[in-house]
Design a binder for this molecule. Structure first.
Ligand code: FE2
Ligand code: FE2
Length: 401
């Protein structure tokens, strides 16, 4: 594609996603991934939820060699409950080779389940325990942009959140999980999330940093094959947009990076999956780019004009986003509509524009949220790193308001 075409298209894309004050070199020229070599051992074990977010799990692991001969064994106490070999995918990037192995576990009842990954020779290579929470109360840890780079010291933050909520139903992260789609930054992610990734599933969305730099938003294969989300998304965005159901909540995730090209498929899909559960107790929507931006020179016109009103019409309770590297809580201009929460858990911070316009806001630190969901109430508490409570909200079950 010619350079002029790329620049014109990138300008349209920037207008669409609202990032006007960006670094052109990061958008136009992909940064070359340094060479890397992974060891042959089982590493980077990661859980994701199935469509039944309470009971279904997918376990993935990574290695430098083909480990498709491995076997995942799941136990209930000392009894073997389930055993399966993995799906396998070899991913070649500019920097090297990553082998992804993945097993989908059948529906489980509440409890703790030890599991092992065993080599084809019968040698146990990994052992951990996953948790299935109760069906009457679920806790979700909410994380904003991370983009960990060397020296960010993110792991203690994640370790303390895991220790405080060891039986969380899921962690929900709103994109820009990694700084760039390079192995060195994936390594930073797995190092930072080492305590939680093998035990509690991650719900995440695609941020601009999960894509190769350039105008077409080419999502990193390592994101696509490790995070194996349900195939219930819209045409051409299956796996990138999806929903997860809990007993009292539907979580709908869409790809806000590619709206310029995919609004025609993502918007009707969003309307369908939100409307079919409109009478369900709680609806939560997640995307990387916010409906209301709280930082200078950023706006997201498609999110704001086409999707914000849809979320209100469909009775969405909470919209989670990131990208702006601040904490912000917004409502629609008349004070109604969903609660819009923007979070950042990154070292990099921007400043809040016009703080008086927001229900609550802050910048200059890392933030997280704790969401609890019962049949009657959805509650969110937003805290600054260290645990200082900044904001809270509570939404009652539909029909009880
Ligand atoms: Fe970001
Ligand atoms: Fe971003």
């Amino acid at each position: 594609m010619g350079k002029i075409t790329r620049i014109v298209s990138a300008s349209l894309l920037a207008a669409t996603t609202g990032t006007l004050g960006f670094n052109w070199s990061k958008w136009i020229t992909p940064l070359v991934e340094p060479e890397y070599v992974l060891s042959d051992s089982v590493q980077r074990v990661q859980l994701t939820p199935g469509e039944d977010g309470l009971r279904e799990r997918v376990v993935s692991w990574v290695s430098g060699a083909d480990r498709s001969g491995d076997s995942l064994r799941l136990f209930c106490g000392d009894s073997l409950l389930f055993q399966s070999g993995p799906f396998h995918k070899e991913i070649r990037t500019h920097g090297g080779v990553t082998h992804v192995q993945r097993v989908t576990i059948p529906s489980l009842a509440a409890g703790l389940y030890p599991y092992t990954i065993t080599s084809g020779e019968g040698v146990e290579a990994y052992r951990d325990t996953l948790v299935i929470p109760s069906d009457t109360l679920q806790t979700f840890v909410l994380i904003g942009d991370v983009q960990d780079t060397w020296g960010d010291d993110t792991r203690p933050v994640m370790d303390s959140l895991y220790r405080a909520h060891p039986d969380a139903a899921a962690w929900i992260q709103v994109g820009d999980l990694i700084e760039r789609p390079h192995d060195q930054y994936w390594r930073r992610y797995y190092d930072a999330f080492a305590s939680v990734a093998p035990r509690i599933p991650l719900i995440t969305v695609i941020g601009d940093h999960e894509n190769e730099a350039g105008l077409m938003y080419d999502v990193d294969d390592r994101w696509e094959y490790v995070f194996d989300y349900p195939d219930n998304g819209p045409e051409e965005r299956v796996g990138h947009a999806y929903y997860i159901d809990y007993p009292d909540m539907r979580v709908v995730c869409y790809d806000s990076n590619s709206l310029f090209w995919s609004i025609g498929t993502q918007r009707p899909w969003l309307e369908r999956v939100l409307r079919e559960r409109r009478d369900h107790p709680f609806l939560v929507v997640c995307a990387h780019h916010p409906v209301y931006s709280g930082t200078k020179n950023r706006f997201n016109p498609l999110n704001n004009t086409l999707l914000g009103p849809l979320f209100r019409r469909c009775g969405v309770d909470l919209v989670l986003a990131g990208h702006d590297h601040i904490f912000v809580h917004d409502r629609d201009p008349d004070g109604g509509g969903p609660h819009y929460i923007g979070l950042s858990t990154a070292h990099k911070t921007y400043s809040v524009q016009e703080p008086e316009r927001h229900v609550a806001s802050e910048s200059g630190a890392r933030y997280y949220g704790i969401m609890t969901v019962t049949p009657e109430t959805l509650r969110v508490a937003v805290c600054r790193e260290g645990g200082t409570l900044l904001d809270s909200l509570s939404v009652s079950r539909k029909g009880l308001r």
